[in-house]
Design a protein around this ligand. Structure first.
Ligand SMILES: Cc1cc2nc3c(=O)[nH]c(=O)nc-3n(C[C@H](O)[C@H](O)[C@H](O)COP(=O)(O)OP(=O)(O)OC[C@H]3O[C@@H](n4cnc5c(N)ncnc54)[C@H](O)[C@@H]3O)c2cc1C
Length: 466
């Protein structure tokens, strides 16, 4: 049987290691901390939660609950430790982070099939016939390893940044100037549209393209495949779908009007015509008390954002609850690189798990580690891994990262949008959203359990007491 090499002792890596070991495989787990740390980690612990301590909702029939239920039924080790170290947090599963990490460390260190190596991995041996590799080095993958991944996958297939759009307080939007509409009146009119005249657009564009950007922090410098070192002034690499708005604007005076500020099909009821350009605002939460500016991720100083975004008709006196930001997040272009069993298409003995694979969030990262560990174990035993079923939350996440629209690919949390919709007939019959979600959850759990029961040995649900 082949050995399994796992790079990364965060969330995905330890789960993968425990899963593969439980299937009888010998595992080498590599973690570079404390020899080398990242800009977010504070400790050298396994399974460190770098920011909040929440693994999201436990409310029945929500998407995060569904994902966790599936993981519990499949015997996720880290989720079991999360349950055991839960602290009161209303409807969410929040954990005592220190205890959680300690318990994961105990599981890893006491497992005779797992050998722990505290060292940075800087090379990937794609043609080693005796090893299956799981790369789970996370959003802050060390520069040398990122460069190595670029060598294997091509420079255009690794992103180093992720971006978020500004959010505005709904009560501060001037509703006299804006209007609700769906493009070409298709679907419900959920978006608020801020219409521009040509003069307003020109003024806005001038302000946007000359606004001051935030200086790059030292850790924002990009590793290059050639030098394996970070270099100053190298161009920041974004996927096309999530370019900062100021970058798009610099490509030509009409680029925004034909891109994120496209007015076609958005008839302004005041004029009966399409405006020159629009900014669309999308509801941020169910209470509809805040909206995000669609496609307006940016890297400008906060004061500059306030000045420039206040030139948008309707937002002159708006209160911004959050400004746009770009943050470090290394992830691969999974739609072109990965199979549904998380293997690199070009190098099938290398699997990618966790945030690096394009999932977003603690629970999602653990879930993808769980699958990767089992797929790797199957490969190590000469079996062909069978992907998680499309109807399940786990399968839907894998399906999203491997089938998302290529140009706009961005990491995703689990949501009902990723699950296949209910059949047309049922959708028409059941109007209540909660009821629909319950049906989607029932369907997902049925598919998941039948997959666990019938897949090859490597996928059998493990007893929860292992
Ligand atoms: C600053 C920040 C805050 C976040 N906050 C949240 C949050 O609040 N809630 C949430 O749900 N998600 C959050 N995330 C997103 C994500 O859920 C976490 O990053 C999560 O830890 C990802 O799990 P992972 O296993 O993929 O990566 P990680 O947990 O980061 O684990 C990767 C491990 O690989 C190690 N490593 C890296 N390179 C090498 C190498 N060359 N050799 C050996 N080891 C290496 C790292 O030291 C690290 O321990 C946050 C991300 C960041 C960057």
């Amino acid at each position: 049987m082949k050995r399994i090499k796992i790079i990364g002792g965060g969330l995905a890596g330890p789960e993968a290691a425990l899963q593969a070991a439980a299937q009888g495989c010998l595992v080498d787990l590599y973690e570079m901390r404390p020899t080398r740390s990242t800009e977010a980690h504070q400790t050298s612990d396994f399974a460190e939660l770098v920011c909040s301590n929440s693994l999201k909702s436990e409310s029945e029939n929500t998407a995060p609950w569904l994902l966790k239920q599936e993981m519990r039924q499949a015997g996720s080790f880290l989720l079991r430790e999360a349950d055991a170290t839960a602290v009161p947090a209303g409807h969410a599963l929040a954990v005592d982070r220190v205890l959680f990490s300690q318990r994961v460390a105990t599981l890893l260190e006491s497992n005779p099939k797992i050998t722990i190596h505290r060292e940075e991995v800087t090379t990937l041996e794609e043609s080693d016939p005796d090893t299956i590799t799981i790369l789970a080095s996370g959003p802050l993958t060390s520069p040398a390893l990122a460069a190595e991944l670029q060598r294997l996958t091509g420079a255009d297939h690794l992103a180093f940044y992720d971006s978020i759009s500004p959010i505005v307080d709904a009560t501060t939007i001037d509703m006299e100037k804006v209007y609700f509409a769906a493009r070409y009146d298709k679907g419900t009119a959920d978006y608020i549209n801020c219409p521009f005249t040509k003069e307003e657009y020109d003024r806005f564009l001038d302000a946007l393209t000359t606004a001051e950007a935030l200086p790059a922090k030292s850790w924002e410098q990009i590793p290059t495949p050639d030098s394996r070192l970070t270099t100053h002034n190298s161009p920041v690499h974004y996927f096309e779908g999530c370019l900062p708005i100021e970058e798009t604007a610099r490509r030509g005076r009409d680029t925004l009007r034909f891109g994120p500020m496209k007015p076609v099909g958005l008839t302004d009821p005041k004029t009966g015509r399409w405006p020159y350009a629009v900014v669309q605002l999308r509801q941020e939460n169910l209470r509809a008390d805040s909206y995000n500016l669609v496609g307006f991720q940016n890297h400008l100083k906060f004061g500059e954002q306030k000045r420039v975004l206040s030139l948008i008709p309707g937002l002159e006196n708006a209160t911004f609850l959050r400004y746009g930001q770009i943050h470090r997040n290394t992830y691969i272009h999974a739609p072109s690189l990965l199979t549904e069993t998380l293997q690199l298409r070009s190098h099938p003995t290398i699997l990618i798990a966790g945030q690096l694979s394009g999932v977003e969030g603690y629970t999602e990262s653990i879930a993808s580690g769980m699958l990767a560990g089992r797929y790797a174990a199957a490969l190590a035993q000469g079996l062909t891994p069978e992907p998680a079923p499309r109807q399940s939350a786990n399968g839907s996440l894998s399906h999203y990262i491997t089938h998302a629209e290529s140009k706009r690919f961005q990491p995703a949390n689990i949501t009902f949008d990723l699950l296949p919709p209910l059949e047309e007939e049922l959708r028409k019959k059941i109007r209540d959203k909660k009821e629909r979600h319950k049906l989607q959850c029932d369907r997902a759990l049925a598919a998941w359990n039948s997959w666990l029961a019938t897949s090859p040995a490597a996928f059998r649900a493990l007893p929860t007491t292992i």
